[in-house]
Design a protein around this ligand. Structure first.
Ligand code: ATP
Length: 626
């Protein structure tokens, strides 16, 4: 064992004990007990999880707490890398954690890491796809049968899992072929087909140039006159699965319904759709064929919910029952619900799958009362092997329907049938829901979905564009993704709007056009105008140098970096031309500014710390008084 490994082992025991005593829920403690430390390499602690599910839980839930505890004990900032490494006794750890006792430290080297010959070990580390023998059983239960292979940013030169696990460290990007080859076990593609989860590579370049962190791109003046070029016709807008009487606010968020009593909605109840056979299962034809796991992009914001969804589709009523997925509007809850239905049906894991929105359920129930057909109603829902119920928040204040749903829930649960529920809030926050329902919702697993980060938003747009055969260059996708942060529905809407506008005007999809089309949707330049003087003052202050230093000719590393960052920010946040910026920096040539701009963009993709510095500086600059 190396010194670092010994060191990590001791620190790990202390840190996990401290966490267990202080902050963690029993479930989180159990996850922690399933992991074991492997090695400390420079500032990265490598730990092992026994299966992908535990790894995802650690990644999405415990990473900040663990890194903070380790950093505190080691006196420096520590990153965490989680590898899947089944324990010596297979995956047995998963079932029998020993309360309060961290698993023993393994002296074995971390065999799953490919420490390449590169002196920078991080360049060749890959976790998800390294070991073809890695079990693909998401829930770690070891059943046979095909297993879903999630595709993270596939085939587009997009970050692989390693990158999303290790923000800011330079990783090589897997191209599509390499990715497919690394898939290892699990579902194999049929001849000529891509693996499950793999998209055909779209006609888009990979992300080579990073975008400024969460900021509107520099205003580029009036859009160029529209050129006449042929572009693809946009695909028809997908409005998603239809909803009956879904009331939403302007911002697209669901709002609580004004009516508090059960009543027959004037909107016609959608007749229970025809049932179709799918992989031996009877599925509700209302499952949207576009909402599958293959079309779902995974990022840190939804990884946990995605993993849980896979687990219940693969083992209905065995993994987590109910599964309760919650999060803001337009973040993919309905998508996941449908994906569970498709996947479970395709595996033959459910005889019948029924998807219903809460409003349909309510209206269906009311109509059954009116028509004296409650038995037929009950059969419809209580005979399902998997009941997928969307937007349960609409059950609030509907007492009779709550009562009926309570019995539906109990019947299904007692019969070992899977229930998956979505909501815009956690059960605890559904304050006007009966306690007995709220507590039942917490019986199984709660999984939240957060707004996606910039990279995930870009990846979603790329996937959407490829899928719908919409052509938009990368800078346009980056622009849209940087401007719309909180709803994937709005994100997709913006893409469709831009491409449709271009098509109707027979114009090329470019940045100028995108800015023009989305201007009223996302107002630009809302804040006061920013000038180079302000940027230079704040940048100098941030790096602890003077304005004269920025204008001067010293080549010290600190000064060169500060100067180049300031030049980059002038490019990003002002309308100034390259020569004008050069002038502001002591009469420099425009090529110097261009070089600085390119260099900082490139480095931001590689160095998380620089990315963060620039994000912080951008905020400071935008927030200052004019
Ligand atoms: N991770 C993702 N990858 C790809 N597409 C996504 C993802 N998340 C959401 N989408 C897309 O965004 C749109 C909105 O998603 P969805 O309807 O599932 O949101 P929701 O959370 O159910 O919203 P609401 O609460 O308003 O019903 C859909 O077109 C869906 O396909």
């Amino acid at each position: 064992m190396t010194d670092d490994a010994v060191n990590l082992a001791a620190v790990w025991v202390a840190a996990t004990e401290e966490l267990a005593n202080e902050t963690l829920s029993p479930q989180q403690q159990a996850w922690l007990r399933l992991t074991r430390p492997l090695a400390l390499v420079e500032d990265t602690a490598f730990i092992a999880a026994p299966n992908p599910f535990t790894r995802d839980a650690i990644e999405s839930r415990l990473r900040p707490a663990i890194t903070e505890a380790l950093s505190r004990r080691l006196g420096r900032s520590i990153q965490l890398a989680v590898a899947v490494q089944p324990s010596d006794d297979g995956d047995q750890l998963a079932g029998e954690p020993v309360p309060g006792v961290p698993a023993p430290v393994s002296a074995a080297p971390p065999v799953e890491y490919r420490m390449g010959e590169s002196p920078d070990y991080r360049e060749s580390v890959d976790y998800r796809m390294t070991d073809p023998a890695e079990p693909r059983d998401t829930a770690g239960r070891g059943e046979s049968g095909p297993r879903y292979q999630p595709a993270e940013y596939p085939a587009q030169g997009y970050p692989t899992f390693s990158e999303t696990s290790f923000p800011g460290t330079p990783f090589p990007r897997a191209d599509g072929a390499e990715y497919a080859a690394r898939q290892g076990t699990g579902v194999r593609p049929a001849d000529g087909q891509l693996p499950l989860g793999e998209m055909p590579a779209p006609p888009l370049p990979g992300l080579d140039i990073p975008v400024a962190p969460q900021q509107p791109p520099r205003h580029r003046g009036p859009a160029e006159p529209l050129r006449r070029v042929e572009v693809n016709e946009p695909a028809p807008v997908d409005n998603g699965p239809s909803r009956v009487g879904n009331t939403r606010g302007d911002a697209g968020r669901p709002v609580s319904r004004p009516d508090t009593n059960d009543r027959v909605d004037t909107a016609p109840v959608r007749p229970a759709g025809p049932v179709r056979e799918f992989g031996g299962a009877r599925t509700d034809s209302r499952l949207n064929p576009k909402y599958t796991f293959e079309t779902f992009v995974i990022g840190s914001s939804n990884r946990f919910a995605h993993a849980a969804a896979i687990a219940v589709a693969e083992s209905p009523a065995k993994a987590y029952n109910p599964l309760f997925v919650y999060g803001g509007s337009g973040l993919g809850k309905t998508h996941l619900l449908h994906a569970i239905g498709h996947y479970a049906a395709s595996l033959g894991n459910a005889r019948s799958v029924r998807y219903v929105s809460t409003e349909e359920f309510t209206n269906d129930f009311i109509n059954s009362l009116r028509d004296d057909k409650t038995q037929a109603f009950q059969r419809r829902y209580r005979d399902a092997d998997i009941l997928l119920i969307d937007d349960i928040q609409f059950l609030e204040s509907r007492e009779r329907t709550q009562e009926e749903f309570f019995h539906t829930f109990n019947t299904l649960h007692n019969a070992n049938k899977q229930i998956v529920i979505t909501s815009d809030r956690s059960p605890k926050q559904l304050s006007t829901l009966e306690d007995r329902l709220r507590t039942r919702f917490e019986w199984g697993l709660l999984a939240d979905i957060q707004p996606p980060d910039l990279e995930t938003r870009i990846a979603i747009l790329q996937k959407k564009a490829a899928h719908e055969r919409l052509y938009a260059p990368l800078d346009v996708l980056e622009f849209i993704a940087s401007r719309i942060q909180n709803s994937i529905r709005e994100l997709e809407g913006a893409l469709i709007r831009v491409t449709a506008f271009a098509s109707l005007n027979r114009a090329a999809v470019d940045l100028g056009l995108a800015e023009e089309v989305l201007r009223d949707l996302i107002p630009d330049g809302a804040g006061p105008e920013i000038n180079s003087e302000q940027i230079m003052t704040l940048t100098a202050d941030y790096f602890g140098v003077s304005m004269d230093d920025l204008r001067g000719h010293s080549r010290s590393r600190v000064l060169v970096n500060a100067r180049q960052v300031a030049m980059y920010l002038c490019r990003e946040l002002t309308d100034l031309s390259l020569p004008r910026i050069g002038q502001a920096f002591g009469g420099r040539d425009h090529t110097t500014v261009m070089h600085a701009d390119r260099k900082i963009r490139r480095q931001m993709a590689e160095r998380r710390s620089l990315y963060n510095q620039i994000a912080e500086l951008t905020n400071r600059i935008k927030q200052q008084e004019p």
